[in-house]
Design a protein around this ligand. Structure first.
Ligand SMILES: NC(=O)C1=CN([C@@H]2O[C@H](COP(=O)(O)OP(=O)(O)OC[C@H]3O[C@@H](n4cnc5c(N)ncnc54)[C@H](O)[C@@H]3O)[C@@H](O)[C@H]2O)C=CC1
Ligand SMILES: O=C(O)C(=O)Cc1ccc(O)cc1
Length: 319
């Protein structure tokens, strides 16, 4: 699988791109946009002065500012890369400064709530094209980003029926340039699929690490000391950003609760199989799940072993 971006473009895709939020995802986009010369001018805006100082030190943008409203002036493409809980505030701040014809997009992990929070603020003549790159790590902040993050990953676009197809195509072209495969679906479908493939797995990781930590007292600290591979993999996921994940669960409530209901039923069936010594049920499930893992690796959506979220080039300790 290619782990490099292609050569820089002769002509930029957009005259002016503004990224709002320069953490893991925003700074990864900034690095790729700079490398590929996708923007005539790249503007970076973040509410945190420390983040903006770091963006300037790292040379991630042509202009770096804490003035979010000023940052979108004359932008052709604005991408929100902030936690979903900050969307309404950011949208209200930028709305009066968006120029007609501009595209507003985002990278949020939930989509129906993203649209609900953004669309009331989008002025007539400005195009909202919600997006979600299904790529990331447990790290946060501008130092955590890397330009190859999106290569061979999926980016999902969730336009509404009213969205201008030309604007959807422009955003599709942007993510294709960053190396992603692009799929279009409804926000509701996205939220249901991601609830089971991403959100519930994170909740399970947070929960099992929390349960183990609570058991530390009775086991005299042996839980962490003797943690085997499986538990260690959960601790990586459970190290993910608390603000971002709080916002994901608060904003994809129905789908997560629906999937948790299914999960609890299946867990109860496994409990029953263990209680009654029904080895066949356990064996059949474990055989099916092993095939799923092998298939994921075969289609190249995963690095093989042992830590599927690590950056390309990192060793298995994530260093
Ligand atoms: N972390 C991951 O693996 C992935 C995250 N996402 C989505 O990307 C978005 C950003 O996540 P990360 O980059 O991981 O977060 P991060 O915590 O690394 O960065 C977020 C940045 O937003 C800034 N920010 C917060 N509120 C703001 C406001 N009101 N105005 C301006 N700036 C503000 C913060 O100062 C910070 O620099 C989230 O919506 C998340 O759901 C999507 C795919 C993967
Ligand atoms: O680090 C991991 O394993 C992830 O699952 C990263 C991730 C987190 C949130 C997303 O919306 C998409 C990808």
């Amino acid at each position: 699988m290619p782990d490099r971006l292609g050569p820089p473009r002769e002509t930029p895709l957009f005259k002016r791109i503004t990224l709002i939020g320069l953490g893991l995802i925003g700074s990864s986009i900034a690095r790729a946009v700079r490398h590929l010369k996708l923007a005539g001018t790249l503007v970076a805006a973040d509410a945190s002065p420390a983040v903006i100082a770091r963006v300037s030190e790292l040379g991630l943008a042509d202009i770096a500012t804490t003035d979010v409203a000023e940052a979108v002036t004359d932008a052709d493409l604005v991408i929100l890369c902030v936690p979903v809980g900050a969307y309404a505030e950011v949208a209200a701040t930028i709305a009066p400064r968006l120029k007609p014809g501009a595209i507003v997009s985002d990278v949020g992990s939930v989509k129906a709530a993203a649209i609900a929070q953004l669309s009331p603020h989008i002025p007539p003549g400005v195009h909202l094209v919600p997006a979600h790159p299904v790529a990331g790590t447990e790290h946060s902040g501008p130092d955590a980003g890397f330009a190859t993050l999106f290569i061979d990953r999926w980016s999902i676009l969730t336009p509404t029926d009213d969205t201008d197809p030309a604007a959807v195509n422009a955003v599709r072209g942007f993510w294709r340039a960053l190396g992603s495969n692009v799929e279009v679906m409804t926000a509701q479908h996205h939220d249901l699929v991601l609830a089971i493939t991403s959100h519930v797995p994170h909740l399970i990781a947070y929960n099992i690490v929390g349960t183990a930590a609570d058991l530390e007292e009775v086991t005299q600290s042996e839980v962490i000391k003797f943690s085997a591979g499986g538990f260690r993999d959960f601790t990586r996921i459970a190290a993910s950003d608390p603000t971002m994940w709080r916002d994901v669960f608060l904003n994809n409530k129905e789908a997560v609760l629906e999937m948790l209901g299914r999960f609890n039923e299946d867990l109860a069936a496994l409990q029953r199989a263990i209680r009654w010594g029904d080895g066949q049920t356990l064996f059949d499930l474990f055989t099916r799940t092993r095939a799923i893992r092998r298939n994921i690796i075969a289609v190249g959506q995963e690095t093989p072993e042992p830590d599927f979220g690590r950056r390309r080039g990192e060793d298995s300790t994530g260093q």
